[in-house]
Write a protein that binds this ligand. Structure first.
Ligand code: SF4
Length: 425
């Protein structure tokens, strides 16, 4: 039985109990949310030691970090280090998006160091294993999924919302950047060349059978995510939303956990509308967002542009944030870029949790304790409570004050002066 099938029967496993404890939510409540598909708890039956990370309604906002080689830059040890650093910085999931080198060996090596849910995009490997992308056979699409499932991958991005209907909408759109999703571009290119329907759409039931066998969570990919502000909110994207909504229903009926992916680049005033529309047409499926980036011109600082968008999206209902690093749009990220990307997304996630139903009290307690530590000029406690304790400690100690305050105001520390004034009074 898959987790969602167990949930429908009210079975509460130790894994679910641990997830509930981690979230500060009652196990009975969590299992009900999983049974409806409002929360997913990714774990492949073949993986033993995955940390439970529930994604969706009432649970804390989660962060994913992407790692992986590219055709131009293959350094497996560095990708392993990125996966370790990302988890240390607080990533709740890691995806291997490798597209260069021995993909099977790389996936296994990265998976060995990942203790949180592990994800992939199998179409990358299907495309890489063929001489030309357009030469892939229909079977290759599905075989790649099966291979990753057998290897123990917990969740997979699969672009099943691409079909002839959505391609027609795309042809009629006035997009500047067309399709910027790598997986989406591969499938659309393949379909147009071969004049065939997307096997991930056409054979969706068969795909679900494979995912069900290994209890893999499907992340319905966002092939039409806008790649720039100009392209945000067009009909191609909304057509895909509707397709994904229908596929969510089929996943739930088949006993397969699913979440839905969303845009992309979106201006501030469209984020709430687009998140609410996605939540509505997918009956509150957990929503996994890349960003959204709120401007196109933050090159070198796209992790900040994405964190701003993620915070607004989270306020409207997004559940899972895919990090963006300072290298976005420029190069494969470095280890330090990965760390910074995770931290930026964690800040957005915590800001969301400060107002999220089910998480508000816990999140606010941490901020309250931080304020108390500030009031007491208790530096060690402030470091402990920070999202990035190492950086906080480093900055504080680099320019130390002679007084118990920090070097920003020294003896004129407002907190200290007011405290002393009240004590004298
Ligand atoms: S010195 Fe200034 S910045 Fe530092 S703790 Fe006191 S009031 Fe805050």
């Amino acid at each position: 039985m898959t987790l969602i099938e167990e949930a429908k029967k009210g079975v509460i496993s130790d894994f679910v109990k641990k997830a509930a404890e981690y979230e500060g939510v009652e196990a009975e409540k969590l299992i009900r949310l999983i049974s409806h598909g409002y929360v997913v708890l990714p774990k492949n039956v073949r993986r033993e030691d995955v940390k439970p990370r529930a994604i969706g309604m009432l649970t804390s906002t989660k962060v994913n970090a992407n790692v992986g080689t590219s055709a131009d830059y293959i350094n497996v040890e560095e990708e392993i280090e990125k996966a370790i650093v990302a988890q240390k910085a607080g990533a709740d999931a890691v995806m291997d998006l490798s597209s260069g080198g021995d993909l099977d060996a790389i996936r296994k090596k990265i998976m060995d160091v990942v203790k949180v849910p592990f994800g992939t995009v199998p179409i990358y490997q299907a495309a890489r294993d063929c001489r030309r992308v357009v030469d892939m056979g229909e079977d290759d699409f599905i075989k790649a999924v099966e291979k990753h499932a057998k290897d123990g991958v917990d969740f997979m991005t699969i672009h099943s919302g691409v079909n002839w209907v959505s391609i027609e909408r795309l042809k009629r759109s006035k997009r500047l950047l067309g399709v910027v999703s790598r997986g989406g571009a591969i499938i659309i290119g393949w379909m147009l060349h071969n004049e065939k329907e997307n096997p991930y759409y056409k054979d969706f039931d068969y795909l679900l059978e494979i995912l069900k066998e290994y209890d893999v969570t499907i992340s319905l990919g966002d092939a039409y995510r806008p790649g720039c502000i100009h392209d945000a909110g067009d009909r191609a994207k909304y057509t895909e939303f509707i397709m994904l909504g229908e596929l969510v229903e089929r996943c739930r009926e088949a006993g397969v956990q699913c979440m839905v992916e969303g845009p992309g680049h979106v201006p501030l005033d469209q984020i709430e509308t687009s998140v609410r529309a996605m939540k509505s047409v997918t009956d509150n499926a957990p929503l996994y967002l890349l960003g959204p980036l709120v401007t196109d011109i933050a090159a070198g600082y796209d992790h900040i542009a994405a964190a701003i968008g993620a915070a607004i999206a989270g306020m409207a209902g997004a559940d899972f944030i895919c990090y963006v690093t300072p290298s976005e749009h420029l190069a494969l990220p470095s280890v330090e870029d990965v760390r910074e990307g995770v931290i930026a997304a964690k800040i957005a996630a915590h800001a969301i949790d400060l107002i999220k139903e089910g998480q508000r009290e816990r999140a606010r307690k941490r901020d309250y304790e931080m304020s108390l530590a500030r009031k007491n000029l208790d530096w060690e406690r402030q470091f402990q409570l920070s999202i990035d304790p190492e950086k906080a400690r480093e900055i504080h100690s680099k320019r130390r004050s002679e007084s118990e305050a920090c070097s920003m105001c020294g003896d004129l520390c407002a907190i200290k002066l007011v405290k002393e004034a009240f004590e004298r009074d």
